[in-house]
Design a protein around this ligand. Structure first.
Ligand code: URA
Length: 244
């Protein structure tokens, strides 16, 4: 057994299965075929204990880089729901390609079925809670097409913290009118159910198209087509908490 390999507490077959997104049996098969090394020594036992932070695991000649959690940016298309599974409707998790799939993935927050744009998928519950908590001030920015042109008085109503149907009082929100007054950007500090649509209705308007374009300071990658996703890079994670 490789030196240092007793320091950890994770079984090698479980580590390989989690990190390579393969079944436990496939992980065992790799070990059986002598295709896995730990700190340069061929691994012989499925249940060999490793320390993922310090042991170097190589499978089929490639280093298995340990990531405790994964963070995925998905450009959600309309018609797909932000849920982990559903009997009838396609979920965001079904759009994640096999190489990024892992156990425990879920969407951090919900976009409506007809909303497009930036959905964040992760297996890190603490992070998800943080970016959704209004206390952490991770703003969400949306692009909305409205039935009627937006006005300066709408901008003021959004900024004042309006009451919407059902008596919910919103925190002040930013509405930016583009060159086309039917198209606006709306930045929210919180995420109430159908909030953008309900705020638009509260000023006598209607959202006909909605897309989330930014979470915190991190913009949706415009290279991602609808339904495409990619991992969020390490340096981009900081942007989520940064104001823009
Ligand atoms: N506000 C809405 O009305 N819908 C969404 O999907 C997100 C924000």
């Amino acid at each position: 057994m490789a030196k240092g390999s007793n320091a950890g507490n994770l079984r090698l077959d479980r580590f390989l299965s989690n990190q390579l997104n393969i079944s436990r049996n496939d992980a065992k098969e790799l070990i059986k075929k002598r295709l896995v090394t730990v700190n340069g020594q061929t691994a012989k036992l499925f249940d060999m204990k490793i320390n993922p932070d310090t042991d170097a695991v190589v499978s089929e000649g490639r280093e298995v880089v340990y990531r405790k959690y994964i963070y995925i940016m998905l450009n959600k298309p309309a018609g797909v729901i932000c849920a982990t599974k559903d009997r009838l409707t396609e979920t965001v998790l079904e759009l994640i390609p096999p190489e990024l799939r892992r156990q425990g993935l879920f969407p951090a927050g919900r976009l409506d079925k007809d909303t497009e744009g930036f959905a964040l998928i992760t297996d890190d519950g603490v992070f998800a809670h943080e970016i959704l908590s209004p206390k952490k001030h991770v703003d969400k920015k949306y692009f909305a097409v409205l039935e009627k042109p937006a006005t300066e008085s709408d901008v003021e109503a959004f900024a004042s913290g309006m009451e919407i149907d059902g008596g919910d009082v919103c925190q002040p929100a930013l509405m930016e009118i583009t060159d086309n007054p039917n198209e606006v950007y709306i930045t929210l500090h919180e995420g109430m159910f159908h909030q953008v649509k309900r705020m638009a209705e509260a000023v006598g308007n209607k959202v006909t198209y909605l897309k989330r374009v930014q979470i915190g300071g991190l913009e949706l990658d415009e290279k991602l087509g609808l339904g495409e996703c990619r991992e969020i890079l390490h340096n981009e994670m900081e942007k989520i908490y940064a104001k823009k």
